[in-house]
Design a protein around this ligand. Structure first.
Ligand code: FAD
Ligand code: UDP
Length: 391
């Protein structure tokens, strides 16, 4: 048989499988899809030869030395530094909000100190207009809402004019959830800088796998004691590698959706899904950068990805490119879950699932789906290494 079953061949599951296999255990990894890598998988576009990220743009970045050293055993990294731009009312601004964005937006030449003072004044003005951050505002969708959560945090960080230009409508398109019901941590992922540093991420380690993500995840899975079972849904009926056959017989790590594991007995956890509209324009450069955000409601997509810019070091065709327009919407049962929404009602349901999970001896729940948590790849790998230490 096997010593340990890992459900899900994403970064989390593969990391645990690899560490346990190196410790001498026979590990079986059961994956619903036909390939490994979870949502961090990439493939080569057959028409252009350009590497595309099938589940949305993925840029590796970390400040965690252990994670960097671990993954660097399976890949070298390019020197790619991620920079994002956003279109608002016919102009292009650098993101995340930095001194360049602020000066362009206010048609000014403020110093770092002057910009800090301006933003602090805007934030103070907004807080007193809102009665200390808990007033009502008109949302992008035209509804009146209580300010709080993401909106309160964003306005405190950047003031109301910048919030309304770059965050409010983009967030409405991305989440379609009142901003007071979204956790402030969603916007906390974006830094605000009072320098002209326009890197999207500040981590000391950043890059893309030189030979692509697919090669990285395949090498991570490639161990004589790791047995891969692809195209098998652990929660679908019977079979040797199903929940019915394994739980209670062999230790299991489950990295699929925790609510589905328990048959949605406490209700469905809310997820956002993404739709990608793929196109291959006949040009060597469609937009001049890998990711262009669209801040206004007049454009229904949130951003356009142009994959060739992730690998300027590669020899890609000069007359073709691949782009994907990204649209966000509420996930239904049949959709891939991408972002946990995390409303207060979701958190209550999650508590119920955590209690059920604690009652399943010999089953661990991990990863972004198993924990119902947004995790960057490095956080997923870090949490997996910590879990493997404990097992
Ligand atoms: P997943 O990658 O989701 O892997 C879970 C696996 O389990 C999947 O392969 C799934 O098919 C399988 N599975 C589920 N249920 C079952 C079942 N019942 N039976 C068998 N198999 C099952 N992170 C970054 O660091 N940088 C980025 O730039 C970045 N960009 C992102 C962009 C988008 C649009 C999104 C949504 C996420 C992004 N992330 C990024 C986060 C990254 O995708 C996650 O960190 C990573 O996917 C987490 O790995 P995981 O193993 O926990 O989950
Ligand atoms: N965000 C925004 N405008 C932007 C970019 C981001 O309002 O141009 C907000 C939005 O709510 C988003 C959050 O900031 O969900 C986090 O941004 P990030 O780029 O980390 O999101 P992701 O890439 O995961 O969609």
């Amino acid at each position: 048989m096997t010593d340990f079953v890992v459900v899900g061949a994403g970064p989390f599951g593969l990391t645990v499988a690899r560490v346990l296999a190196e410790r001498g255990l026979e590990v079986t990894v059961v994956e619903r899809r036909e390939q490994v890598g979870g949502n961090a998988y990439s493939s080569i576009d057959a028409e252009t030869g350009i590497e595309i990220h099938n589940y949305g743009a993925h840029i590796f970045h970390t400040g965690n030395q252990r994670v960097w050293d671990f993954l660097s055993r399976f890949t070298t990294w390019t020197g790619y530094t991620h920079r994002v731009f956003t279109r608002h009312q016919g102009e292009v601004y650098p993101l995340p909000i930095n001194l360049g964005t602020i000066n362009q937006f206010f048609r000014a030449a403020l110093s770092p100190t002057e910009a800090r003072e301006l933003i602090a004044r805007d934030a103070e003005r907004a807080a007193s207009a809102d009665g200390g951050g808990a007033g009502t505002t008109a949302s992008a969708a035209g509804q009146t809402q209580t300010a709080g959560g993401l909106e309160a945090k964003a306005v405190a960080m950047i003031g109301r004019p910048l919030y309304e230009a770059f965050i409010r409508d983009y967030t409405a398109k991305q989440w379609q959830t009142p901003p007071d019901q979204l956790p402030g941590s969603v916007i906390g992922r974006l830094p605000v800088r009072y320098t002209y540093d326009s890197r999207y991420f500040s981590d000391p380690h950043q890059g893309l796998p030189t030979d692509g993500y697919a090669a990285l995840w395949e090498r991570l899975a490639d161990h004589p004691r790791v047995n891969l079972v692809l195209g098998q849904d652990f929660l679908d009926g019977a079979g040797n590698w199903s929940k019915a056959a394994c739980v209670g017989e062999v230790p299991v790590l489950f990295t699929g959706p925790v609510d589905r594991y328990f048959d949605y007995s406490a209700g469905r956890l809310g997820w956002r899904t993404l739709d990608f509209e793929w196109e291959r324009p006949a040009t060597g450069d469609f937009q001049g950068c890998a990711v262009m955000n669209y801040a206004d409601l007049t454009d229904p997509w949130t951003r356009i990805l142009e994959f060739r810019h992730f690998h300027p070091e590669r020899d890609y065709p000069a007359d073709r490119t691949v782009i994907a327009r990204e649209f966000s919407r509420l996930a239904s049962e049949a959709d891939e879950p991408y972002y946990p929404i995390n409303t207060p009602a979701d958190r209550t349901r999650l508590e119920s699932y955590r209690a059920l999970a604690a009652d399943q001896p010999g089953v661990w729940f991990g990863g972004r789906l198993g924990r119902y948590q947004y995790l960057d790849m490095d956080m997923a790998v870090a949490a997996a290494l910590t879990l493997a230490d404990k097992l």
